[in-house]
Design a protein around this ligand. Structure first.
Ligand code: ATP
Length: 324
């Protein structure tokens, strides 16, 4: 193993820079050349490479986003695109690839490996935490803290004006952010994509807390919540059924993807970066590095993609109890 390429792909996440830094420096430590690929798979198809040195990654451990940029790349979905990417890597004599991204990026990596035999390693970088084989993905912890901080601020104004706020958070397919930030920020109800908790239940809960003297409330809603209603439709629904309640909506949007990575994400990304390179050195390709029980564990990429992680029922129960 002489040359490793690294890229960030799919949605960006705070801590990706810390992972790039760890990959680059582990390569330097072991005497391997590291090539940075700009804009994910697009940079592989276009041959947009930059040689990385220990000092190329100075002052990035504390920065959100990704210094290598990220992109979604249609060409890489085609055989010709991937062939072009392989030829570009071959010209540079790259013999292994580390992909920092979500499950779509891992699917691309697996296919690339199957077609051209180049060793690949995955590092889970996505705020959604929707990857099997790791309890935490890079960026998730920072996103949780961002959401909790934002909801704390919304709570101040909700309280002052006796209002109900529907707060939409990211999560089209997974409710990790909604559920954990919801519990952390003391939300009255949490709507997630995994389970339809029902509109009647929501209404009942809001009426019950109103009757017990609670004048303001926060309801956290994941983008893909299973009631199938948008936050704006939920607002209308509650207004129709509880006409005396002043209801507002706040969509947090892309602030959840940016910002200074938390210490947890920096440490996680550093550990994963080191492990990814060292696994390639041990000739173990085709895996994703994850954290399980505070230990770095490898899961076959195939499994990481197909494995399903489900909603934490106990946390749903905790949320019910502490919002009584
Ligand atoms: P996030 O979960 O944060 O959105 P992701 O890695 O799942 O991240 P995607 O947009 O799904 O993001 O995938 C990133 C890129 O990976 C795609 O733009 C495409 O280039 C490549 N990719 C995804 N799926 C495949 C596939 N089946 N075959 C080849 N390439 C793929």
């Amino acid at each position: 193993l002489k040359k490793i390429a690294v890229l960030t792909s799919g949605g960006d996440a705070p801590g990706m820079n810390a992972a790039i830094r760890a990959v680059v420096r582990t390569c330097v430590y072991h005497g391997i050349v590291c090539i940075g690929v700009r804009r994910g798979y697009k940079g592989m198809v276009d041959g947009d490479f930059v040689e990385m040195h220990a000092r190329s990654v100075n002052n990035i451990i504390n920065k959100g986003g990704t210094m290598l940029h990220s992109a979604r790349c249609k060409e890489f979905m085609t055989k010709e695109g991937r062939k072009q990417a392989f030829e570009n890597l071959s010209k540079e004599s790259v013999n292994a690839l580390i992909v920092i991204g979500g499950d779509g990026s891992f699917k691309g990596a697996l296919r690339f490996n199957a077609e051209f035999g180049i060793s690949v390693m995955g590092i889970p970088g996505t705020i959604d935490n929707d990857i099997y084989g790791t309890t935490h993905t890079i960026g998730y912890d920072t996103a949780l803290n961002t959401v909790v901080e934002a909801i704390d601020k919304i709570r101040d104004t909700a309280f002052s004006h006796d209002r109900l706020f529907f707060v939409e958070v990211m999560g089209r397919d997974a409710g990790y952010i909604a559920l954990n930030a919801g519990v952390g920020a003391g939300a009255e109800e949490i709507l997630v994509p995994e389970e339809n908790l029902g509109l009647d239940r929501l209404l009942e809960s809001l009426k019950r807390s109103r009757n017990s003297g609670k004048m303001s409330s926060i309801v956290v809603v994941a983008e893909g919540d299973k009631t199938g209603k948008s936050v704006f439709e939920l607002k209308e629904y509650v207004e129709q059924n509880m006409p005396d309640y002043d209801v507002r909506v706040s969509v947090l949007g892309h602030i959840q993807r940016g910002g200074t990575p938390s210490c947890f994400d920096r440490v996680l990304a550093s550990r994963m970066g080191v492990r990814a390179v060292e696994s390639l050195l041990e000739s173990r390709g085709g895996y994703m590095v994850g954290i399980l029980d505070d230990s770095m564990e490898l899961t076959p990429l195939e499994k990481a993609i197909k494995g399903h992680s489900s909603i934490n029922e106990d946390l749903l129960r905790v949320s019910d109890i502490i919002t009584v």
